[in-house]
Design a protein around this ligand. Structure first.
Ligand SMILES: [Zn+2]
Length: 172
C-alpha cells in the first residue's frame, strides 16, 4: 500500500536535527558557551550563536539543502523564500535540489528597536500571489537558550564580566 505523504510528517527527527546543529555549530566555531554575552537585543545570555559562521562550510550547507529538498520533494513548490542572509545560502541549496525547480527569493531583516522585522522587497512581491506554493527557509540553525534582562541576569549578580564582542559598533 503506497503511503501518502503527510504534510506534517517529520523526516528529520528533532533529536537528529539537534545533533547536526550542535556538530556544525561547534565545527564552524559558531557556537560559543560558558560566557556572559550581551546580545543585540540587549539581553544577557551564557551562550551565543554567531549565525554568520554557520554557512562557512559550503559542502555541509549543500548537503543539508539536499536533505530538506528531499523531505519536501513530494509537494510541488513554486517559490523558496529565505528570511535572511544565512537562510538564503541554505535556501539556494534547497531550491537547486528540489524537483519542482522553484524560484528563489529572499526577505530582508532589520531591527526596529529591540524587535526584528522581516519584509519582502517590492521587486519580489509579484512572485507570491494567491495560490503560490511557498517553502520558507527561516534559518540554518535555531537553538533556544535562556536569555535574561540585565536586571534579572544571574551572571551579572555573580560579577562575571560582560562580553560585548557581538554588539560592538551596533548598539549599547
Ligand atoms: Zn548579565
Amino acid at each position: 500500500m503506497p503511503s501518502e505523504p503527510k504534510p506534517n510528517s517529520r523526516a528529520v527527527e528533532q533529536e537528529v536535527r539537534e545533533k547536526i546543529h550542535l556538530e556544525i555549530l561547534k565545527r564552524t566555531g559558531a557556537y560559543l558557551t560558558n560566557d556572559h554575552f550581551l546580545l543585540p537585543s540587549g539581553h544577557h545570555a551564557p551562550e551565543y550563536i554567531e549565525k554568520s559562521l554557520v554557512t562557512t562550510e559550503p559542502t555541509f550547507t549543500e548537503g543539508l539543502g539536499a536533505v530538506i529538498a528531499k523531505h519536501f520533494a513530494p509537494w510541488p513548490i513554486d517559490v523558496v523564500l529565505a528570511t535572511g542572509l544565512g537562510a538564503l545560502i541554505l535556501a539556494d541549496s534547497v531550491a537547486r535540489a528540489h524537483p519542482s525547480h522553484p524560484t528563489l527569493i529572499y526577505a530582508t531583516k532589520g531591527m526596529v528597536g529591540p524587535r526584528r522585522r522581516v519584509s519582502l522587497p517590492r521587486e519580489f512581491q509579484r512572485f507570491i500571489t494567491k495560490g503560490t506554493k511557498v517553502l520558507i527557509i527561516v534559518s540554518l540553525v535555531t537553538r533556544d537558550f535562556p536569555t535574561y534582562l540585565p536586571q534579572d541576569c544571574p551572571l551579572c549578580r555573580q560579577g562575571v564580566p560582560l562580553n560585548r564582542q557581538f554588539t560592538r559598533g551596533r548598539e549599547e
